[in-house]
Structure formats: structure tokens, C-alpha cells
Design a protein around this ligand. Structure first.
Ligand code: NOJ
Length: 711
């Protein structure tokens, strides 16, 4: 028997295997490997008949169709392995964003828990479930920077802080790639996509080089350093050069500066869209521009497959460019062991409903990500005297809306509603009346009378308002962040009855509370909490759980205030000059805001030294005391301000966070070790970092101190 080809020999170095395989492939086989194909309606029974559509030589498939299960995946893989000349396995990607069948809160909500370990654990659990369903590679984490909640994809972000997004990017990459059942991660959408003009999806973006380095690039760099195996180039035109044909970002920054050696996949039809964007006159030109910029794997549109052979033969695209792209695709395939294990065996998770452990993790995360925005007169938890509870609003009985826009295989019928969970948890002797009042959208008032009657009869009212899952996420932008339909009117009518009223918001973004907030006593931002939303919300309402989430995004008062974010630069004149005449200029709820059923006091910030210079460290400490009568979790967010610098710096910049559980009466020291080069230096417009001498202010809650950076 002859020895296996070197590329099949797992004992050889990956680089050697790649070169061996490269040398065996025809040009057509090479470009087929650079094609990623959506599976559409592929299933194990129709593959043979559709061999031209789903070719055995394709490099990758997206498991996004109706039959996107393990059997289809393995059947496609069988085709690739058995029916292509060299039997190269395909890699199967999928949008596993915040869960697979068991759904965790949306990323924006996750960020509000301020717990990187929870993010890591959730990603690891998701990877296990997704892999059991045939997924080798997830198109996550999304680490876009967005300060415009009209953009539906704000729900997919980790909030507005580049620092926080960077930490969550690292945690996600580790969770997906380093758990018991790893899948490859993908940092997306590279880069600037979150700055979509007017919050409209797929729109151009104008991002200054300074903002690119301050806000947009850091989470990608952090994810690359954490070892992410792939990056997705975005849809947006970035200052005139679309990001899926942008050599500066894809090659000069990503490859040359950060030494990224994974693969870059274009977003869905992004190469084709270069034509729509006016960056290429022909399909061939779009193809040539994308590969020259550094896109390796071409998602969906098929331009590489159709045009690269001809472009190479005509000398427009060098063969070396195709080879280089192919090396990157193959490297990931070799590294994740696809050549040794092309098929995934079914296991206990493959056909199972979400496991108890997965759901428990989803519930823990959901509880942790809820943000108590307001709680006047301790309206929450619902008091034991409030025997008759009216739950009113279109989100009371909703199920799918609780899961968010990327619910993947999460199912409404496996997601108990708020009403269901509240009913089973209400103590004996309590009465729950549930009325929707109105639909999420639309102008029918038919339900108002019953809703008002229920509220009138109740001791307290819980309003469950918000958005449908389709109202955020991709292509889910809105011109206003007001609650849709008649919900605001319903809330005001109910609140006018004067009952103690708590509002629970189920949304993929902050929403306008300008009119409602003064009329309700308590507000909980629940976001889209996932499979265990109902339980998490009910536990917080009843006081079984103490809310601890803190906003990872600034909550504007009105749509017209957008953009509004904590890391704004200082203005030229002080208040009241330059303020709005009609509404306050401040946010409704600041970044980092979040209440608890207990109360935390912050002592003065203590510094280990009054000054620091490069090469040294400085320690900041603050003692936080739980002054209430119940245990609670506090997150200390450490901010800095550099009040005078060669490039103006933000009013507040998040630099460190830590969260811990404190028993009633407990005092705990929270600590931040400040490394000047890491924490105090800032980038210039070409990404070079400056550490400047001068004063630095440090903030934790209402406390602040100043120290000096020495030259
Ligand atoms: C388009 C979306 O922008 C991206 O986030 C997603 O991963 C791809 N489609 C694949 O479904």
C-alpha cells in the first residue's frame, strides 16, 4: 500500500500539508474552495440531483436552510469527501449568535451583566450544542461599535464601549474555541458597520481614522489576539472604500499589523454589493478588488467561483493571490481537524431539547442582564400586600419576541412567557389577571377597555411592553426608538389610574421613555432575555432574584438626541450653552446605570501613588459596602478622563470593570491595577499609541481622584 499523500498525514506540520495540497489542485478546484454556499433547501435526499448547485469541491457551506441539521451537514460532507477528486472536507458555518436551541440573552443584554466568565461559559455551552447539530464554525462574536440605537443590529453589539466589547470579544472567542467541544469563531463585521448612516442598515459609514482606532478597531484586535480563527468583512462603504474591498483594513491593519493568519470571509453577497455601492463596474472587477484587498472566502454570491479562473488566466489576478487565500482557508480546516474528522457523530445533544444545565445557564444570564432602571418607593419587588396583580401589555404572553432576532433553533413553544412564569411563581393566594391591551404594532384599541378594567381592579400593575423580534437585528432598523403601535398610549392610560405600576421592557434597543417614565414607579429593561426570559423576569419582579445589570449603552430620552454616548468629547462651551431647548441634553439613563434591591456605598478612591510613569503600575482601590438588608451584586466600572491631551480625549472612558456578590453588610475592596501603556495611552489617527505626561482623573461611581503621569 502506498503512503498517504502528505496533506493527509496529520503528523506533518500544517504548513507542509497546505503546500502539498495546493500543489495538487487545478485552478478551478482552488477557486471552488474559496466559495461558500448557502445550503438553501439542500437535504440528504436531493443532493445527487443538484450536484451542480451544491458542488463537492466547494470550500464551505452555510447551515442556514430549513434542513440545516446534522444529517444534511453530514450528507453534504459525504459528497465533498467521496465525490471530489481530492476529497477535501468542507467547513460548515452557521449564525450561532447567542445560543443554538437554548437561547441566552442578546449580546447587548449580556454586556449589561459585566461578566466575561459568564459570556465565556455561555459561548462554550452553545458551541457544544451547535457542534452536535453539525456546526464547525460560528459567525460570532459580532463586535461592531454602535452609538445609534435606531440601527437594529445594536442588539447584537456588546454595547457602546470599545473596552467592554474587547473584553467580551476575547471571552466569546475563548468560549467558542476553547471549550470541551470547540467551534471556530468569527469576528464581525469588519469594520465600521455599526456607524451606518441614520441607523439604516447596509448604509455607508463615515468614520474618522481617529474614531476607527479609538472605537471600532480595538474589539477586533482583541479578538485576533485571543486567537479568533476568522474575521468577516462587512457590508459598509467605509469613507468611500467598501469594507469587503478595503485593502487598508483587511491587509495593512489586519494581516500586516496584527499578524492575523486566519481566514477572512465576506459577508453575504458583499462582493456582489460592490456593484451596488459603485465600487466596481463589472462582476469581474468586484471579484478582483475583493481578493486583492484580502477577502479569502466568498460568501454566497459566487463571484470568485465564476470569475477568478478567467481573471487569473488573463493576468488580472495573480495566481499567487488565489493561492494565498486558499492557504488561509485550508489552514483553518487543518487546524480544526476537519481532514481527520470530517463527519460529526450524533450524540445525546443532537436530538435533545435544551438540557437542564443549558437552560439554567440561560436563566442565570438572563437574570444577570436585566437592568432595573427606576424603582421609586421600592415598588419592586412586588409587595406581599399586592394580592391582585394585573399584567398588561402585548409582551405579557409573547414567546418568540423574548428570544431576539438571532434565535437560531430556539423555539417559541419551548419559551414560557412572562405571564406563564409569573403565574407559577406567584405565592398562594395571589391573583394574576393578564390583558394584552393592544398588539405590539398597529392601531387597534379594542383591548384597552379590558386592560384598564384589570388595572383598576388590581393592587399593582406590571406593564409588559416592547418590540417584536423582527424589530431589531439585521435589517431591523427603525426611524424612531419610540415604542411601536399604541403601547405608549396604553401605558399612559394605565398609569393614569394611579396604581403602583412597574414597566418591563422587552426590546432589542433602548426605547424612548420620555413620556412614560414620569408616570410609572419602576422600570426594568429586560432586553430580549432568551429561553428563560419569563422565569428571569418573574424572579426579579417577585424579589427571588436581586437585579444587578448595568447599562452597557447610553439610554437616550428621545430619538432626536441620537447619537448620545458616554465617551463623547468635551464641548467648546459649558451648559446651558449649546443644550437642546426642548429636552434635556443629558441621557435618560447614563451608561453604567442600574439599580438593585439593596444599596451600595462607595468610599473614597485610594491610589497607591500620586504619580506613575511608563514601566510602572499604579493601583486604585475603592471599598464598596452593601448597606441594605439583602445580598446583591455590584459592578464597579472604572473610568478615566485625560483632561488635556494632544488629541482631545473623551469625558469618560471605561478602562476596567469588576463585578462581585456582596452579602448584606459586607464591605469589599475593588481594585484596578493601572498599567500606563495599556490603560492610559491612546491611539492617534494611524493607530500609533501615545502616553502623555499630565493629569488623569479616575472615576468609580460618584467618586473621583486625580494622579499624574510623568514623562
Ligand atoms: C448577513 C449578516 O450580516 C451576517 O451577520 C451573517 O453572519 C451572514 N449574513 C450569514 O448569515
Amino acid at each position: 500500500m502506498s503512503a498517504p499523500a502528505p496533506f493527509r498525514d496529520a503528523s506533518r506540520p500544517v504548513a507542509e500539508r497546505i503546500e502539498d495540497l495546493l500543489g495538487r489542485l487545478t485552478l478551478e478546484e482552488k477557486v471552488d474552495q474559496l466559495h461558500q454556499c448557502g445550503i438553501g433547501d439542500a437535504n440528504p435526499n436531493n443532493l445527487a440531483a443538484r450536484a451542480d448547485e451544491f458542488r463537492a469541491t466547494y470550500g464551505s457551506f452555510i447551515l442556514n436552510g430549513a434542513q440545516a441539521d446534522l444529517a444534511t451537514r453530514n450528507a453534504l460532507q459525504r459528497m465533498c469527501v467521496d465525490q471530489s477528486r481530492l476529497g477535501i472536507p468542507a467547513i460548515f458555518g452557521c449564525d450561532v449568535i447567542h445560543g443554538y436551541r437554548a437561547i441566552a440573552p442578546i449580546p447587548l443584554a449580556q454586556a449589561c451583566a459585566w461578566d466575561t466568565e459568564l459570556v465565556r461559559r455561555a459561548c462554550a455551552a452553545t458551541a457544544e450544542m451547535a457542534h452536535a447539530h453539525g456546526v464547525d464554525w460560528t459567525f460570532a462574536p459580532m463586535v461592531d461599535h454602535c452609538v445609534d440605537p435606531r440601527w437594529g443590529r445594536v442588539a447584537e453589539t456588546f454595547g457602546e464601549s470599545a473596552f467592554a466589547a474587547s473584553r467580551f470579544a476575547e471571552a466569546s472567542v475563548r468560549g467558542y474555541q476553547e471549550g470541551a467541544t470547540p467551534i471556530a469563531a468569527c469576528l464581525k463585521h469588519y469594520v465600521g458597520y455599526g456607524a451606518s448612516e441614520g441607523g439604516r442598515d447596509y448604509s455607508p459609514t463615515e468614520v474618522s481614522p481617529q474614531s476607527l482606532w479609538d472605537n471600532h478597531l480595538p474589539p477586533f484586535e482583541a479578538g485576533v489576539r485571543a486567537g479568533a480563527k476568522s474575521v468577516m468583512s462587512a457590508f459598509n462603504d467605509l469613507n468611500g472604500v467598501p469594507t469587503s474591498a478595503n485593502r487598508h483594513t483587511l491587509t495593512e491593519i489586519l494581516r500586516e499589523r496584527w499578524k492575523f493568519d486566519g481566514l477572512v470571509v465576506s459577508d453575504w453577497n458583499a462582493v456582489l454589493q460592490l456593484l451596488n455601492q459603485g465600487f466596481a463596474a463589472t462582476e469581474a472587477e468586484a471579484t478582483a478588488r475583493a481578493i486583492a484587498a484580502g477577502v479569502d472566502l466568498n460568501m454566497a454570491d459566487g463571484f470568485y467561483r465564476q470569475h477568478l479562473p478567467q481573471l487569473v488566466r488573463a493576468g488580472v489576478v495573480p495566481l499567487a493571490a488565489v493561492d494565498e487565500a486558499l492557504r488561509r482557508v485550508l489552514r483553518v480546516k487543518f487546524e480544526i481537524g476537519l481532514f481527520e474528522r470530517p463527519f460529526i457523530e450524533a450524540n445525546a445533544l443532537t436530538s435533545a431539547a435544551p438540557t437542564v444545565a443549558q437552560l439554567a445557564l440561560c436563566e442565570e444570564f438572563a437574570v444577570r442582564s436585566l437592568v432595573l432602571l427606576k424603582n421609586e418607593s421600592d415598588t419592586l419587588p412586588l409587595p406581599a400586600t399586592a394580592k391582585r396583580v394585573a399584567l398588561i401589555g402585548p409582551l405579557a404572553t409573547e414567546r418568540a419576541a423574548l428570544l431576539g432576532s438571532w434565535a437560531q433553533q430556539g423555539r417559541g413553544d419551548e419559551t414560557p412567557s412572562i405571564a406563564e412564569e409569573l403565574r407559577v411563581r406567584l405565592p398562594h393566594g395571589f391573583e394574576l389577571r393578564v390583558e394584552s391591551g393592544c398588539a405590539i404594532e398597529g392601531g387597534a384599541r379594542d383591548g384597552f377597555a379590558d386592560a384598564l378594567a384589570a388595572a383598576r381592579d388590581a393592587d399593582c400593575v406590571v406593564l409588559a411592553l416592547g418590540e417584536q423580534w423582527t424589530m431589531s437585528g439585521e435589517n431591523g432598523s427603525r426611524s424612531t426608538i419610540r415604542l411601536p403601535g399604541l403601547q405608549e398610549e396604553l401605558a399612559l392610560a394605565v398609569a393614569a389610574l394611579g396604581k403602583p405600576t412597574a414597566l418591563v421592557l422587552v426590546t432589542g434597543r433602548p426605547v424612548e421613555l420620555h413620556a412614560i417614565e414620569p408616570r410609572v414607579a419602576a422600570i426594568v429593561a429586560a432586553w430580549q432575555p432568551g429561553s428563560r426570559a419569563g422565569a428571569a423576569i418573574a424572579r426579579v419582579l417577585l424579589g427571588e432574584a436581586n437585579p444587578s445589570g448595568r447599562l452597557a449603552i447610553t439610554w437616550p430620552r428621545t430619538t432626536g438626541q441620537i447619537p448620545l454616548f458616554h465617551q463623547m468629547r468635551p464641548r467648546a462651551r459649558r451648559e446651558p450653552e449649546g443644550c437642546y431647548q426642548d429636552v434635556p441634553t443629558t441621557p435618560h439613563y447614563a451608561f453604567g446605570h442600574g439599580l438593585s434591591y439593596t444599596r451600595f456605598d462607595y468610599g473614597q478612591i485610594r491610589l497607591s501613588h500620586a504619580s506613575v510613569r511608563a514601566g510602572e503600575t499604579l493601583v486604585a482601590e475603592v471599598t464598596v459596602t452593601n448597606r441594605g438588608t439583602r445580598a446583591g451584586r455590584e459592578t464597579v466600572l472604572w473610568f478615566i478622563r485625560d483632561p488635556a491631551a494632544s488629541i482631545t480625549r473623551p469625558l469618560r472612558e471605561l478602562k476596567h470593570f469588576e463585578s462581585a456578590e456582596l452579602a448584606a453588610g459586607e464591605a469589599r475592596v475593588f481594585r484596578w491595577e493601572i498599567v500606563p501603556e495599556r490603560d492610559l495611552a491612546f491611539p492617534d489617527a494611524v493607530g500609533a499609541r501615545r502616553l502623555e505626561a499630565g493629569e488623569i482623573q479616575v472615576f468609580a461611581a460618584e467618586r473621583s481622584v486625580t494622579f499624574t503621569v510623568l514623562a
